[in-house]
Design a protein. Structure first.
Length: 437
């Protein structure tokens, strides 16, 4: 059904019937999308470098994904896997257990969202270890449910007014080299940020009561900080020495966002439990928890699950996504996007003092904006002005970071070289506009 509203009319209806807190970044209403392009209800075209917040890695409305969704919808749309199962979910579990890093037997389970996957990862860890403490990171984001908010670092807008939060959550600094929380510089720092975990297990929470450490390989909402190569191996070794499970939250980094299927592959880390969602099903609500067989099998039957988990339409979309990723060689395409984008951003970094740092891994790239390069004072107002200008010029980009001064790029991996150049040109004009150069 196609509802036709005038721009002001739909805005008035939205204000009348949708909760204020259920906000949108931009005032356009999408009518159509394909590849890396969007069209709004007024038929204006946009270049999408946000990808539904890293959800559309295979591109909008990929024909094979759309075909899989339509074919499954013609057969049946829901039975509840916990009541009457279907073969496609078993197939998807098998594929993910092979794709997720780990030279050990693995099992999977499915729910609807990244936050639900995180919730269940914590449940598995606590049940298996019979311990309660969970360590997360400053700059980390893990969802908007009670456990997700509790694990998440940034207060506003995610946690403000929603307490009290879940107990037994402990937080340590992340490896933010551009703004080292320990006032050191890499590599002379001797990885103080990772070594801090040892002290933390004495001063804040004991290993005997700590079930797991949960980490995003690269913090998404936190600002796309890429840790030193030794960082996660050291954290993992500390966890292993103390009997603490390692949970890799790959909700945003997984399914090719960093140039590998899962980001932990960059550091040869085999997490005990891995969560994935976002681009897994190209916009259909599906997430997964994949972990060591003994951990996943520890929970009694019926102890995990949900009505909509492993919805058959979403599962078929995910199977199509994995086929597209392999057959269209999107990991390689993503690496090329990352190289082109990073090169273009570094040129802009040399031209504009507003850009403090360009960083990223593969096509998961960001730039941090500062008042000046010496003080590194965050520039959130200028960041908003840049993203606003880009939107008016037909480029959709999003800000993130603790101080709201980081612009991240999450374009589909089918974005063409020409489209990347177009986006960089618009961004250059935005920086010129904001800085007055």
């Amino acid at each position: 059904m196609n509802h036709q509203y005038q721009k002001n009319e739909i805005s008035d209806l939205r204000n009348q019937f949708l909760a204020n807190g259920f906000a949108s970044a931009r005032p356009c209403y999408v009518k159509k999308a394909s590849g890396a392009l969007l069209w709004d209800s007024q038929d204006r075209e946009y270049l999408d470098f946000a990808g539904g917040i890293a959800v559309m890695n295979v591109g909008h409305s990929h024909p094979r994904v759309v075909g899989a969704v339509k074919a499954q919808a013609d057969q049946f749309m829901h039975t509840c896997f916990m009541v009457l199962p279907y073969e496609s979910t078993v197939t998807l579990a098998q594929k993910l257990c092979h794709l997720v890093p780990g030279s050990f037997e693995k099992k999977a389970m499915f729910v609807n969202s990244g936050a639900e996957a995180v919730e269940n990862a914590v449940k598995f860890a606590r049940y298996y270890t019979q311990k309660t403490g969970i360590i997360s990171f400053e700059s980390g984001f893990h969802g908007r449910t009670l456990m997700g908010m509790s694990l998440t670092s940034k207060v506003k807008p995610y946690k403000l007014g929603f307490g009290p939060f879940a107990p037994e959550i402990y937080r340590i600094p992340f490896a933010y080299c551009y703004r080292c929380p320990f006032g050191k510089e890499y590599p002379s720092c001797d990885l103080a940020c990772a070594s801090h975990l040892e002290e933390f297990l004495i001063s804040h929470v004991a290993p005997e009561t700590t079930a797991a450490l949960i980490a995003e390989p690269i913090p998404g909402e936190g600002g796309y900080m890429v840790p030193p190569p030794e960082y996660f191996p050291k954290l993992k070794s500390i966890c292993e020495a103390h009997g603490i499970l390692f949970i890799a939250d790959e909700i945003q980094t997984g399914i090719g966002r960093t140039g590998t299927m899962f980001a932990m592959e960059h550091w040869n880390i085999e997490a005990d439990i891995t969560t994935t969602a976002k681009s897994l099903a190209a916009g259909m609500p599906l997430s997964a928890v994949v972990g060591r067989k003994e951990i996943m099998d520890a929970v009694h039957p019926g102890g995990i699950g949900g009505t909509y988990g492993a919805n058959p339409v979403a599962v078929e979309a995910a199977l199509a996504v994995l086929e597209v990723m392999e057959e269209d060689r999107l990991l390689e395409a993503g690496k090329k996007i990352g190289e082109q984008l990073t090169s273009g951003l570094r040129s802009l970094e040399n031209e504009f003092d507003l850009i403090g740092e360009v960083r990223g891994l593969g096509p998961m790239v960001a730039m941090e904006l500062v008042k000046d390069k010496t003080s590194k004072t965050p520039a959130p107002e200028e960041t908003k002005a840049v993203t606003d200008f880009c939107f008016e010029q037909g480029l959709i980009i999003l800000a993130c970071g603790t101080f709201g001064n980081v612009i991240r790029f999450m374009m589909p991996l089918v974005t063409t070289a020409e489209q990347i150049n177009t986006g960089l040109d618009i961004l250059s004009r935005a920086l010129q506009h904001v800085t007055g150069k």
